[in-house]
Design a protein around this ligand. Structure first.
Ligand SMILES: [Zn+2]
Length: 373
């Protein structure tokens, strides 16, 4: 099996196929999704396949409010979807809960152009969810599956590779491998960075050190690796900020490195945010998305992320949003620099950012199609 990084540099195909969220899918879905990811040569990754019902509930509640005239029905009430959030089915109604849908990450153009080769359909034109794919045979709805006995019933016999498109041989009653499957990536602190690390955390660290004036703002600084030579720089930063001097960048160091960023901000700290979003797979990796301007495109992504994480959707990236973005359970207590727009906004926007309990993050490991780990 080819072992290559995804476009976002987070997970190899071997890793993706080891996740419970992958293994919990219908065998035929596993086969198709694996085929598409493999064919992409690293451009496409997996956000989530099987989604436990508890997560579906959390997702639904984060995106809907009770409304007597609402379009959706759940728990004996009517609900309306909040503005600017993606669709989420009520618990019991999502194809993810039965392992017959997958949310992909990365190059959505590749997904759109190639999914039919693997008997998958996208929802680009259904719910504006280009990342969401399902088997072509099942049209769009869970009802379509429920009316189609050929696909069997979960839990699926795990393992993958199973059958041709219509065999649907899942459903062996004694299989427990898929039951209780957990999220693909537990909330390990993805951004706890130590010397020798490369990838997402290292890239964000370097950008933050540049923003703090500890590294030159130059291409030569952006190596993507927390190299040994960088350790004295990190340790002097820790020392200057009264932190443990160990060269390991965790919540305390991030608290000192990061800063509140608000829509309209320009500069190095806005770029730290952009690079973080890119490394989370939330923002496409283009030059324009690394321009150090917190513009409308970045704001759209931030507010969608905040909605999915149960935060106020003001676009202000303060301590709670940073904590969620960094995949930390421990609070990252960033502050605004005096005299910046962040400082002004933080005073004015009475703590929209404070509703969020980082310990709740376990049940919301994936923003539909957009992994937040
Ligand atoms: Zn989906």
């Amino acid at each position: 099996m080819t072992d290559y990084p995804t476009y976002a540099g987070r997970a190899s195909l071997a890793k993706i196929t080891s996740w419970n969220t992958f293994k919990g899918m219908h065998p035929t879905m596993q086969e198709r999704v694996r085929g598409l990811i493999e064919a992409s040569g690293g451009k496409v990754g997996l956000g989530q396949g099987l989604r436990p019902e508890t997560q579906q509930l959390q997702l639904f509640l984060s995106r809907h409010v009770p409304d007597p005239n609402g379009k959706y029905s759940y728990d004996g009430k009517r609900w309306s979807r909040l503005p600017n959030v993606a669709a989420a089915a009520p618990p019991g109604r999502s194809m993810h809960e039965i392992g017959l849908a997958a949310d992909l990450t990365g190059d959505m153009g590749f997904v759109r152009d190639n999914c039919a080769r693997f008997d998958l359909q996208t929802f680009e034109n259904v719910n504006s969810e280009p990342w969401h794919v399902q088997p072509v045979e099942l049209e769009r709805s869970r009802r379509s599956y429920e009316n189609n006995p050929a696909w069997g019933r979960p839990p699926w016999s795990g393992g993958g590779g199973g059958g041709s498109s219509s065999s649907g041989d899942g459903g062996s009653a004694d299989s427990s491998s898929a039951a209780g499957a957990s999220a693909p990536t537990s909330l390990t602190p993805a951004y706890r960075v130590k010397p020798g690390d490369s990838g997402a955390g290292a890239e964000v660290l370097i950008e933050a050190l540049i923003a703090r004036g500890r590294l030159e703002d130059a291409a030569s600084s952006r190596t993507g690796t927390y190299a040994a030579e960088l350790r004295p720089t990190v340790e002097s930063f820790q020392s200057d900020n009264g932190l443990d001097v160990d060269g390991i960048v965790g919540p305390q160091s991030w608290s000192a490195l990061l800063q509140i960023v608000v829509p309209g901000d320009k500069g190095a700290h806005a770029r730290v945010l952009q690079v973080t979003l890119i490394n989370r797979g939330l923002l496409n990796d283009t030059g324009g998305n690394r321009d150090g301007t917190y513009g409308p495109a970045t704001q759209t992504v931030v507010t969608q992320f905040q909605a999915a994480a149960g935060l106020g959707t003001d676009g202000e990236v303060g301590p709670k949003t940073w904590t969620a973005l960094m995949g930390e359970k421990k609070h990252i207590a960033v502050t605004a620099a005096p005299g910046t727009r962040g400082a002004a906004m933080h005073g004015a926007v009475a703590d929209a950012d404070d509703e969020f309990d980082p310990d709740d993050m376990d049940v919301l490991s994936v923003f539909d199609g957009m992994p937040i780990e």
